[in-house]
Design a protein around this ligand. Sequence first.
Ligand SMILES: [Fe+2]
Length: 337
Amino acid sequence: MEARGRSCPLSYRYQPEALAEPAKLEAHTLYVVGGLYGNPVALRAILERADREPGGPPAIVCNGDVHWLDVDPGDFQAISEAVLARHATKGNVEAELASEGSDQDAGCGCAYPDYVTDEVVDRSNQIMTRLRATAARFPELVGRLGALPRYLTAQVATERIGIVHGDPESQAGWRLALEAMEPGDPDVRRQVGWRGRPTTTAELLDWFGRAKVSVFASTHTGLPFAQVIADGRQDRLVINNGSAGLPNFAGTSYGVITRLSGDLRPPADSLYGTTVGALRCDALPVRFDLDQWRARFLAQWPPGSPGHRSYFSRITGGTHLRLDQAARDGVRLMPGC
Ligand SMILES: [Fe+2]
């Protein structure tokens, strides 16, 4: 049996055909918000950005891992309530919180591949243990989070969007991780220590066809990117928002969300984007108040704690990733970002 934090529970698995269902929601503009990781300051910034949408309020789908660093009960409750008031799917964090007491113990449920170090996996399991203690105070909210779907199909303009947490076969899958995508980026692969099976164009096209979608929107694997996949005369898109609640790029402090819209004009604050069929697709920055978030984080995860050791440097300095590495084939880096 695989160690806690590395295993992928059977209940996480599904087939891409499951996404070929009729769309559960239709919207003119849709935000996909993955990986909030318990940052209430980022959530507020996202809702404020939504209020400024020129065409009216967008639909918002939170596609999992809304919780993680929010061991403060007040933050946990407020984030749960805000997310449950909107469209949402569950991530491995919510699934594992809700599985408390079952036979299965997948730790954090991250299904970390073998190129992620044991130290990182151990700290994630420790964070999960602390988060479970907070979640235990809110059994009703945790039950509702656990009852959320694992994936969701949406329609924007005339295009169908497959919203997943991990990949089209698993809620905690890593096949849509930046480092797994072909053509491989040698710098990214070296920086994350990637090894394993790359995700080929043939596999992606198979998944798109079986799910009957033009776009896969995912999160979970932590680094954002977008990539067009040519499919005959039609284009498809994989877009992974990385993290809405944590910095994503070197020397930056903003989160990233995915915006999909039937309005083909690029939004002024787009980081990078493209058009797929009748759909404009962009990565948007989540410019939250960093000082406020850092203070909240440190109150919950002081130096020496597993949360601090895993995330403080990302919160204050970003990751190794450059923006141009996230805007892959067919995707344009926007001027001024
Ligand atoms: Fe996740």
